[in-house]
Design a protein around this ligand. Structure first.
Ligand SMILES: Nc1ncnc2c1ncn2[C@@H]1O[C@H](COP(=O)(O)OP(=O)(O)OP(=O)(O)O)[C@@H](O)[C@H]1O
Ligand SMILES: [Mg+2]
Length: 463
């Protein structure tokens, strides 16, 4: 059953459901209308029986006051098929209509019982010959007990009901068949856009993420689905582009120091040198290698930060992290003529990883020192802002054009001022900071003006 359900298409399933529900409704309505029709026909027949019964009683048939012919005259031609019998004490027939034609009308115990309290009884009975009749028993007198029984054949009603059944037997399957065909057509046209969508989606591959699903402009659920999928493709496209650019930039960054290294070694090998010259080449090669290692470590760190969803998290006292970053900053600033100091600090605890957070702050302090001229100042501060801890690293350095400031969190982005200067770097520091802050559910921002300085702010949710 489950296998069958799995192999049926949505279209077939929709059509079958539609057909099933419709069949159930039609069957309920048909049964209800059948019983309503039967009841109406029977109560119509009962009215006639009562009328004949009253006329027979008023005419005093059993007492031989009037003959049957006279009663028939009074009733008119419509009542030709109605037959009656008057029963006297002990069940002795006192009078019978000619239309009875030898039928034996049963007098049930229930009819006798009800007659005792003066009530008439309607019954539907099957006679011994198999004939179906409607029978009314009315009491005439109690002592001695006399009844009038009026009957009419049920065949008209049976015929009308059978005709109705035949109509239903033709109309229900026909209607159902037409409804199924219509339902299948409806389901197909409703699902056609889905098919188009899946065909287009199949053609969209990692190589060609620029394709989009067509919108029909109807603003319905399917258009919303197409919009949602398009938004997903756009995000995938951006992510793929990002990854590709990252790989190209990383290869480029690695190639420059490797080329320098290769050039130095080749020059050294071209002729016999004295040991001092070899040592110089080795020293500068070591510097290049150290730079390469730092770059590779940064790349690795960045990839790890972007991949890992969960960092180890503990309660971290930000004040301690700040002090450690200041210590490192003081060492880095040595010989630069830049003052690094701790500003206002409030004790604040966040949930996170101590060494990763320290890494973020050291990167910011490193930048602040690198991009501040001698005589400038770098200040770190920590305060609370509602449910957030705000760490700021501000400098009085070269600053940036605020329009450029939007790009600097991207990997390998170095602004012209940095590229033109002596300051070395790969442009990975801030993207590492950004990834660390995001991994801590925080927010990184910068306020800056050229020639005035920059203030980087990290906002982290309190523990
Ligand atoms: N405090 C700052 N003042 C002025 N410009 C800055 C400051 N911090 C960053 N920048 C600019 O943003 C760019 C990106 O910074 P980022 O830290 O990512 O790279 P980097 O310092 O150049 O290299 P790396 O950090 O990988 O050694 C820098 O090249 C510089 O142009
Ligand atoms: Mg940096």
């Amino acid at each position: 059953m489950r296998l069958l359900r799995r192999s049926l298409s949505v279209r077939t399933r929709l059509t079958l459901w539609y057909g099933g529900v419709l069949l159930a409704i039609v069957l309920v309505i048909s049964a209800f209308s059948y019983f309503m029709l039967r009841r109406t026909l029977i109560s119509g027949a009962d009215v006639e029986l009562v009328m004949v019964g009253q006329v027979v009683r008023d005419a005093g048939i059993g007492e031989a006051r009037r003959s049957e012919a006279e009663v028939r005259d009074m009733l008119g031609p419509r009542f030709l098929d109605v037959f009656y019998r008057v029963t006297g004490p002990g069940g002795k027939p006192e009078a019978e209509s000619g239309a009875l034609r030898g039928r034996h009308l049963p007098l049930s115990a229930q009819a006798r019982e009800r007659a005792r309290s003066g009530d008439p009884t309607f019954e539907t009975v099957r006679l011994s010959r198999g004939e179906h009749i409607r029978l009314l028993t009315i009491p005439v007198t109690q002592e001695p007990a006399r009844f009038i029984q009026v009957g009419a054949t049920f065949s008209d009603i049976d015929r009308a009901l059978a005709g109705y059944m035949e109509t239903l037997a033709v109309m229900v399957p026909l209607g159902l068949g037409l409804a199924l065909v219509g339902g299948a057509w409806l389901a197909r046209s409703a699902l056609r856009p889905v098919e188009t969508m899946s065909r287009t989606a199949r053609r969209i591959s990692a190589q060609d993420l620029t394709r989009r699903l067509p919108l029909r402009g109807t603003s319905d659920e399917l258009d919303h689905l197409a919009e949602t999928l398009n938004a997903m493709f756009a995000r995938l496209d951006a992510a793929f582009t990002h990854v590709r650019r990252f790989a190209v930039d990383a290869a480029h960054e690695l190639r420059t120091p490797l080329t320098v290294l290769k050039g130095g070694i080749e020059v050294a090998l071209r002729a016999e040198r004295d040991p001092r010259e070899y040592r110089d080449v080795l020293r500068s090669s070591l510097e290049e290698v150290e730079q390469l290692i730092a770059l590779a470590e940064n790349l690795l760190l960045l990839s790890r930060l972007r991949m890992s969803t969960a960092l180890p998290r503990h309660a971290v006292e930000l004040e301690t992290v700040l002090m450690e970053a200041v210590d490192t900053g003081v060492r880095l600033a040595h010989g630069h003529g830049v003052i690094v100091r701790l500003g206002a600090v409030e004790p604040v605890i966040v949930h996170g990883d101590h060494s990763t957070l320290r890494r973020a702050l050291v990167n910011l302090v490193d930048n602040a020192i690198k991009y501040t001229k001698a005589g400038g100042k770098v200040e770190l501060s920590l305060e609370r802002d509602g449910r957030l801890a705000v760490v700021t690293v501000s400098d009085t350095g070269v600053g940036m054009d605020p329009a450029d400031a939007e790009r600097i969190f991207e990997p390998f982005v170095r602004l012209d001022a940095a590229r033109g200067s002596e300051v070395v770097g790969a442009g990975l520091g801030l993207s590492i900071v950004h990834s660390i802050v995001l991994a801590h559910d925080g927010h990184l921002s910068v306020q800056t003006a050229p020639g005035v300085g920059s203030t980087f702010a990290i906002r982290l949710p309190l523990a």
